[in-house]
Design a protein around this ligand. Sequence first.
Ligand SMILES: Nc1ncnc2c1ncn2[C@@H]1O[C@H](COP(=O)(O)OP(=O)(O)OP(=O)(O)O)[C@@H](O)[C@H]1O
Ligand SMILES: [Mg+2]
Length: 330
Amino acid sequence: MEIRLKHLRRNYGSLHAVDDVSLHIPSNTVFGIIGRSGAGKSTLVRLISMLERPDEGEVYYDEKRVDNLDKKELILARRRIGMIFQNFNLFSSRNAAENIAYPMEICGMDKSAIKKRTDELLELVGLSGRGNAPISTLSGGQKQRVAIARALAVSPDILFCDEATSALDPQTTRAILALIKEIQKKMNLTVVMITHQMEVVRDSCDYVAVLDSGRIVEEGRVADVFAKPESATTKDFLSNITSVHDSVVRWSQDGGRYTLRFRGSKTDAPIISTVSNETGAIFNIRAAGVQNVNGEEIGIIVCDIGPNKEAQDKAVASLMSKGIIVEEEK
Ligand SMILES: Nc1ncnc2c1ncn2[C@@H]1O[C@H](COP(=O)(O)OP(=O)(O)OP(=O)(O)O)[C@@H](O)[C@H]1O
Ligand SMILES: [Mg+2]
């Protein structure tokens, strides 16, 4: 199911928590929404998931407008949604299987159907045979697996993940993201992934929108945004992930400071040597790396270029002619 947001606004007093947000979330994708703490991510999710009404604007699931439904319609529409959270929100009084069964009990499914579906779901999330486990005995990753199974119990079309991996270690995060991706494909879900970590976007999303002070400052396919970020907020998130900006020493006093980004086959080419030979420019590499972004390699080099303005200009022109995206840090 695709989701369309048109000019959504939500104010708390004088604060514009969500400020004129329009987005198209294509069906059958993992769509990331990234922003700092307080950017308005959770507020936006509450609007998209019909937990809260916008002050202005509209929300559509496929062609159906859903931000103005009455109570009865709302209950039906919300069955098409699953949600998972950072703190799992499981019932500690129920074991794993009983947690997963809960939404099916609410829907009035009969006992044997619930049992069958619960077993299927336990298997889907890699917890076969663990249905009787009390929640308190499960690890964080296992708890999130139970939460995912519960969210999927009534076969939703959309899964919202609000910081679903923020409480997990990096390895467990990767395993849970891989599971969400796998389930997304298997069940043809539209997944909305809320996060403050660019790693989560890189490792799981097809598209991303960057939220800053309630506004979307950038959006696009993840590989495109990694290769050619436009907004300062996005660049900031990307420099955190590659840790190339804050901690490196600036070695050269007279060389300009540049960030080079390149994608795909270019990550195999000896670009710096070639440009250096062609132009006589001297490169001082401060940090570099290649990351896999949604199946595509995206390279980044942070460097000083010298020894003088003329060489710099030639090098930049040559890099750009080779399809390298060049940003000068002022
Ligand atoms: N119910 C509310 N009443 C008043 N202000 C609110 C309410 N909910 C959110 N806010 C404010 O709206 C802004 C956005 O909050 P929101 O929780 O959406 O941010 P977030 O991006 O999810 O942050 P985090 O990463 O910390 O979860 C914040 O300034 C917050 O204080
Ligand atoms: Mg939040």
